[in-house]
Design a binder for this molecule. Structure first.
Ligand code: ISE
Length: 339
């Protein structure tokens, strides 16, 4: 693209997240427009493109990326389709914002890392949107500024109201705990070295075949521990909390203190029902930051390496889910591109 002109984005996948990003790019983000949408379901692609001037609908990713006016790619298709879309974007040297997880397993994530390293410059920002959440950003700068001393532990809670049909137990790790895996690496600046999953008594609200909730213990290279409660059928709403405990203090985010109402002998507030609502501003900031950088031919934020490291820790978590034992995390050598 010509530097600083409007960025034409092809959005791959127009399901829940993709449709939300189409709306965001069209109505919230400055400096970008939706030039193309892709979905294996042609009718869904057409519906997503219908109200957007100059937006073409495709069922084929390669055809969409070759379309006139496409300068960048936002990948929001199901994870098994990410690798192909990423490699196609690399072939055209286009900047990509790829929703998490980067790919569904370590081997494919490593292939993406190696392909980007061969290009010699970063093209991928991974959609770990919590890094763009105002509360997480404050916690990160507190830790980086030595505000509570050396961090020793993170206590994390990740609760979803309910799971959709077809939801499987490994998805608790790959789709949900992947965020705490990235947040732990990012907040502490340390790699994860081992994962252990514990299962308490199963909630009677859990669907057949799902042991819910679970407790995931992450060990890091610096000796810190992060415990993550993942409870995907908690029933009451969507909740993400994190408390960091350091040598000189503690700091907690996610308490939903935005509006507290006192009335009729009670006090309280609202609990968001899903991540699209809870993290709306984080998604806005994430996509704006990607667009702003891409218009300058730069890529910032969570890298393909971060996506790969998370994939390895997720695979360890999924393995520990079935055995209950501690599974070590071993990463490949980090290419110089991600130093
Ligand atoms: C979902 O896919 C997300 O990415 C959300 O951020 C996460 O909180 C939720 O548990 C996942 O199902």
């Amino acid at each position: 693209m010509t530097q600083h002109s409007t960025l034409g984005v092809a959005v791959i996948g127009t399901g829940r997240m993709g449709a939300d990003h189409v709306r965001r790019l069209d109505r919230v983000i400055s400096g970008a427009r939706v030039a193309a949408v892709v979905d294996v379901d042609g009718d869904r692609a057409k519906a997503a493109a219908a109200d957007i001037g100059g937006c073409a609908a495709f069922t084929d990713t390669a055809a969409a990326l070759a379309a006139p006016g496409v300068d960048a790619v936002l990948v929001a298709s199901p994870a098994p389709a990410h690798e192909e879309a990423l490699l196609e974007a690399f072939a055209r040297d286009l900047p990509v914002l790829c929703e998490k997880p980067l790919t569904p397993d370590p081997a494919s994530a490593l292939r993406v890392v190696e392909a980007e390293a061969r290009l010699g410059h970063r093209r991928v920002q991974v959609g770990f949107m919590r890094r763009y959440d105002a509360e997480y950003m404050r916690l990160k700068s507190l830790l980086d500024g030595d505000g509570i001393g050396r961090p020793l532990m993170l206590h994390c809670r990740h609760r979803n109201a309910s799971t959709p049909p077809g939801y499987t137990e490994p998805m608790m790790i790959h789709d949900s705990v992947v965020h705490e895996i990235d947040a732990t690496r990012w907040l502490l600046g340390q790699e994860i070295t081992a994962v252990t999953v514990h299962k308490p008594a199963r909630s009677s609200a859990a669907p057949e075949g799902l042991s819910d909730p679970q407790l995931v213990l992450l060990e890091t290279a610096g000796g810190a521990l992060a415990d993550v409660e993942i409870f995907v059928n908690c029933g009451f709403g969507y909740q993400v909390r994190c408390e960091a405990v350091g040598e000189r203090g503690s700091a907690r985010i996610g308490d939903e203190r935005s509006l507290l109402v006192h009335t009729d002998g009670h006090w309280g507030g609202e609990i968001p029902q899903d991540f699209v609502t809870r993290f709306r501003e984080a998604y806005d900031r994430e996509v704006q930051s990607w667009v702003t950088a891409a218009r300058d031919d730069r890529v910032t934020g969570p890298s393909a390496w971060d996506g790969y490291a998370a994939a390895v820790a997720c695979a360890a978590g999924a393995a520990s889910q079935s055995t209950g034992s501690r599974v070590p995390v071993t990463l490949a050598e980090r290419p110089a591109l991600y130093a």
